[in-house]
Design a protein around this ligand. Structure first.
Ligand code: RIB
Length: 308
């Protein structure tokens, strides 16, 4: 049966600009490629979870503007339940400028906008929706107080919590104690623990550092190399599929959404779910844009069949 997933998070209208290098202060450079597409870490993760086959609901906030309506419609088109998406009367919808380099890497500048005004009351108003889910996912493009409120409801109702601490920032210790699985990338992990992950040993130290903070299950994604994972009973590294990346935007979001769609609440199939999520991300990085790049379940299963 498909997992029921609630995502609390951001919705951003992305503007993608291809560049060879960043202009230095005082310099003007031109580009021959600019495009808008739906993004935001939260919305991307919701789209990834929905396309991977889960029953998905979204809690978030948009402005009363064209991009807000556009972002909302994009989620609706994916059959994502958007009843918990609310409008801010004064603040505009979030936006991101994505500077895309020829090797597929990017630099991103985010305007939080209405994502940053999501309140505890607006989360609490959706207690029933959260309580009925298998998993609740959050990232750091919404206020931590809102995340804490959601995670409290989740833990009172046996809902597994997934925290993607992106963009990296100090975590309220109460949130981490309520987190069932933490999924940072290597930079975010190092920011939080001070430990650089280079091998299984450093991953084991990282696991201990996070366990001290209060979370036992972690997956640290290390870009095109793969993912380290550790639970109380198991740890390991799973190499990623080697592909020619054209745009790595939303690779991590795809990983988290697809992983959670596949993951059993016992976490017993963690390695299998990581492998599935890596295949989904491998497809995403071969296309330009955030949500337009995220694969459907059929695309993922076809890719798995081809790579056997
Ligand atoms: O993770 C990728 C996302 O980060 C982009 O879609 C952009 O909106 C930023 O939030």
């Amino acid at each position: 049966m498909a997992n029921k997933i609630v995502i609390m998070g951001s919705l951003n209208l992305d503007t993608i600009i291809k560049i060879n290098r960043m202009p230095v202060p005082g310099e003007t450079l031109s580009t021959d490629y600019k495009a808008n597409s739906p993004g935001g870490k939260g919305a991307n993760q919701a789209v990834a979870a929905a396309r991977a086959g889960s029953q998905t609901s979204f809690i978030g906030k948009i402005g009363k503007d064209q991009s807000g309506d556009y972002m909302l419609n994009c989620l609706k088109q994916e059959n994502i339940d958007t009843a918990a998406v609310v409008y801010d009367d004064n603040v505009g919808t979030g936006a991101a400028e994505i500077f895309l380099y020829p090797d597929g890497q990017n630099s991103i500048l985010v305007y939080g906008g209405s994502n940053q005004t999501l309140s505890v009351d607006e989360v609490d108003a959706n207690a029933e929706k959260i309580a009925a889910a298998d998993f609740l996912i959050a990232q750091f493009e919404i206020p931590q107080e809102a995340i804490l409120a959601g995670f409290k409801i989740a833990k009172q109702n046996n809902v597994k919590t997934v925290l993607n601490p992106a963009p990296a920032q100090n975590i309220n210790p109460e949130i981490i104690k309520l987190t069932d699985i933490l999924i940072p990338n290597e930079t975010e992990s190092e920011t939080l623990t001070g430990i650089k992950i280079t091998d299984i040993d450093s991953m084991s130290q990282t696991r201990k550092a996070f366990a001290k903070m209060g979370v036992d299950n972690i997956i640290v994604t290390v870009g095109s190399r793969g993912a380290y994972y550790a639970t109380k009973n198991a740890d390991g590294f799973q190499a990623a599929n080697k592909v020619q990346a054209v745009d790595t935007t939303a690779a991590g979001d795809t990983f988290i959404g697809a992983l959670t769609a596949k993951l059993d609440k016992s976490f017993n199939n963690l390695a299998e779910a990581i492998s599935f999520a890596q295949k989904a991300s491998a497809i995403t990085v071969q296309r330009v844009g955030a949500q337009p790049s995220i694969p459907t379940l059929k695309e993922i299963t076809d890719y798995i069949a081809q790579s056997k």
